[in-house]
Design a protein around this ligand. Structure first.
Ligand code: G3I
Length: 340
């Protein structure tokens, strides 16, 4: 028995030591090696279609990331395009890829309905009867979360529940028919469908010390007070042309103080400011360091997901135009200064 214990202890020490051996300052390592050694997630939004169409995409994704988020294919419009119709092939492909490569999957997202950019089909937003919508929301969450039970570790149960530029709850069809309690309802249904899943709400423009962050903090506190199974909050982190807010770390700390986990869930930082490209890449490096540093400084921050990982594929190109180059690898998958 003593021999067995000695062997187990030796193996544990070896494993622990192996983790500690990754010193990215002494010798270059991948983002994934650094994150694994630090015990945090480094992830990216991704698409199975790009894995299929670009031979460099999948290997780079698995090399650099230990977490993956479906950019589009786990949203309602992709998985449940019509009443009674579920289409999971694309979502399954990325989950299978993640499992093949030992990557954590973030489920994005169960409920996201807004006027301009969202992922809720018209057959849902056209509903006028509360009981009908409640039944459909219940079916959707039970079906999607149930399918990936034990395979999707975290769910963005409700994405962007607050007004984009305001502090109230977004008055989407769920709010209008089911009332503000729809968020707690969605959390409870998801928790029942997968009791082990980490359930969060995810919002944007909540990195500074403005009124919207205060509203998010209050929403989280209210959900906890109502006994809703809320485990964390996602801070999206789409940084356009302004400096990284100095309050980001304090915001993370305030959410963690509620007993919640935090993740930076959709980080991309546009090249900004005066100077030549080298100067702007250096500024982008400092900006990424600021955001990752704010997360790493707080024990309850689980990690960082960028919204894409190569400038070859970024939603910013279609949203704002080319050459903002917001990600860590350039269009040829070469690490930029921000990678470090
Ligand atoms: O795949 C179809 C293609 O077949 C069709 O030809 C084309 C034109 O209609 O559309 C393609 O689907 C697009 C999809 O991205 C894949 O490229 C959808 O129209 C388009 O609406 C969708 O945009 C996504 C958007 O969410 C809405 O789902 C973006 O890629 C994605 O980056 C963006 O991500 C959101 C997060 O989910 C929430 N936070 C904000 C973030 C940025 O908007």
């Amino acid at each position: 028995m003593r021999t067995l214990i000695a062997i187990v202890v030796a193996l544990f020490c070896l494993a622990a030591d192996a983790g500690a051996q990754v010193d990215c300052r002494a010798a270059p390592c991948t983002l994934r090696e650094a994150a694994d050694a630090a015990g945090v997630y480094v992830g990216s939004a991704a698409s199975d279609s790009l894995i299929a169409s670009d031979p460099d995409y999948g290997p780079a994704l698995a090399r650099e990331m230990n977490s993956v988020t479906h950019e589009v294919h786990l949203k309602w419009d992709a998985t449940h395009p019509a009443p009674g119709v579920y289409t999971f092939d694309a979502a399954d492909a990325l989950v299978n890829f993640a499992e093949t490569h030992g990557m954590r999957v973030r489920g994005h997202t169960l409920i996201w309905e807004q006027f301009l950019l969202d992922a809720t089909p018209a057959y849902v937003t056209d509903i006028t009867d509360a009981d009908e919508l409640r039944a459909l929301m219940t079916e959707h969450i039970q079906t999607v979360v149930g399918r990936y039970r034990g395979r999707v570790e975290t769910w963005d149960v409700v994405n962007e529940p607050l007004e984009t530029g305001g502090t109230g709850l977004y008055q989407n069809v769920f709010y209008e028919l089911l009332g503000p309690g729809y968020i707690a309802e969605a959390l409870r249904i998801a928790h029942e469908a997968d009791p082990d899943a980490h359930l969060i709400i995810n919002d944007v423009l909540v990195s500074n010390d403005g009124p919207k962050f205060a509203a998010l903090l209050q929403l989280a506190a209210d959900l906890l007070a109502a006994g809703a199974p809320l485990h964390g909050v996602g801070i999206q982190g789409h940084f356009f042309l302004a400096p990284i807010p100095e309050q980001l770390q304090a915001n993370i700390e305030k959410l963690v103080a509620l007993g919640l986990s935090v993740e930076i869930t959709e980080l991309d930082i546009l090249l900004r400011g005066p100077g030549d490209r080298a100067e702007r890449l250096a500024r982008q490096r400092a900006d990424y360091r600021g955001v990752v540093g704010a997360c790493m400084a707080v024990a309850g921050c689980r990690g960082v997901t960028t919204w894409g990982f190569t400038d070859r594929y970024t939603w910013i190109d279609s949203f704002l135009g080319p050459d903002f180059d917001p990600l860590l690898l350039d269009e040829s998958y070469v690490a930029k200064p921000a990678y470090d």
